[in-house]
Design a protein around this ligand. Structure first.
Ligand code: ZN
Ligand code: ZN
Length: 315
């Protein structure tokens, strides 16, 4: 037999590894058969592209994050794939004076919440304050992207000044706030000071986000994206008790941009800081963590019941 070069040998090992991966892909996902609603599914261009992600990741349902003018697109999706989408949220440019009118109209047209609200404004600034008030007036939740560290030189930051956010929770007690993204999740650790978008390592207890979730009945947490996944995986000893503590307030979502629900296409577009999840499906990664770290009863709350209650989704 011919001696294999080091390179050939490692290629052979890679082949073995990939056929193993193929084998494991055929065993059912731990969440197979469960009803799961992905509450951070950005509306894709075609009905098929939306369903490809749900089916590939083994997700029964989703809530779509869309635009204020997405009503027809949502109706087309519902007609083509009845029952897969349990509702939608609407977003509009909140720096424009017409935002309130457009979003009000979207809610009248059937949207169930405001979001994702991701703009270059301050968390306690006038644009977002108007939206917090509007959400309370319309009796719908508002999903906000908090980010203080830019991912690229040109990206900028969003809903900044997380340390001023507590005052908003106090000032708008009738508003249902859904916290999401880098700053929300990095502040799960008490030692965070905007050093990086996705801090790693042990979590120092009593971080701002953990305390706010405990102290304010009007705050909920969206587990989506690399930020949510990072917070749930950076300190595995911390995670089970955190999920238990906030079992009625955390809501599963993916915010995944992979094409097939298996990590295909570009899953972390334009965000080098999130390369830990490149080539992976965020939905799968986070569901795997939740299955391991939560009891079946809590898993059901995080992936189904909390969303239904908090977002008023169809049964
Ligand atoms: Zn976001
Ligand atoms: Zn995915």
């Amino acid at each position: 037999m011919r001696r294999l070069s080091r390179r050939q040998f490692s290629q052979m090992l890679a082949g073995v590894a990939s056929s193993c991966a193929l084998g494991s892909a055929q065993t059912p996902d731990p969440w197979a058969g469960d009803s799961i609603v992905d509450c951070h599914h950005h509306l894709r261009r075609t009905p098929e592209a939306n369903i490809a992600h749900l089916d590939g990741a083994g997700l029964s349902n989703a809530l779509a994050l869309a635009r204020e003018n997405s009503v027809e697109q949502m109706q087309a999706l519902e007609a083509r794939y009845p029952g897969r989408f349990l509702g939608w949220f609407a977003s509009a440019d909140i720096t424009k004076p017409e935002a309130e009118a457009l979003l009000t109209k979207a809610i009248q047209n059937g949207a169930r919440g405001l979001g994702e609200i991701k703009f270059h404004v301050e968390a306690a600034g006038p644009e977002l304050r108007r939206m917090y008030a509007l959400a309370a007036e319309l009796k719908v939740p508002i999903l906000v992207h908090f980010q203080e560290v830019p991912h690229t030189p040109t990206e900028g930051v969003f809903a900044t000044g997380f340390r001023n956010f507590e005052a908003m929770l106090k000032a708008y007690p009738k508003t249902k706030f859904i916290g999401h993204a880098d700053a929300f999740w990095a502040n799960i650790s008490a030692d965070y000071n905007n050093e990086s978008a996705y801090p790693s390592g042990k979590i120092k207890p009593e971080g701002v986000t953990d305390k706010l979730l405990s102290d304010y009945p009007n705050l909920f947490g969206d587990l989506a994206a690399n930020s949510g996944n990072n917070a749930l995986t950076r300190d595995p000893e911390f995670t089970p008790a955190f999920l238990k503590r906030h079992q009625d307030k955390l809501i599963f979502g993916s915010d995944c941009s992979c094409s097939d629900g298996k990590g295909g296409g570009i899953s972390q577009a334009g965000n080098p800081g999130a390369s830990r999840l490149a080539g992976k499906c965020v939905a799968r990664e986070t569901l795997t963590v939740l299955k391991k770290a939560a009891s079946p009863e809590i898993f059901k709350k995080l992936t189904w019941e909390n969303a239904h209650r908090t977002y008023g989704l169809k049964a």
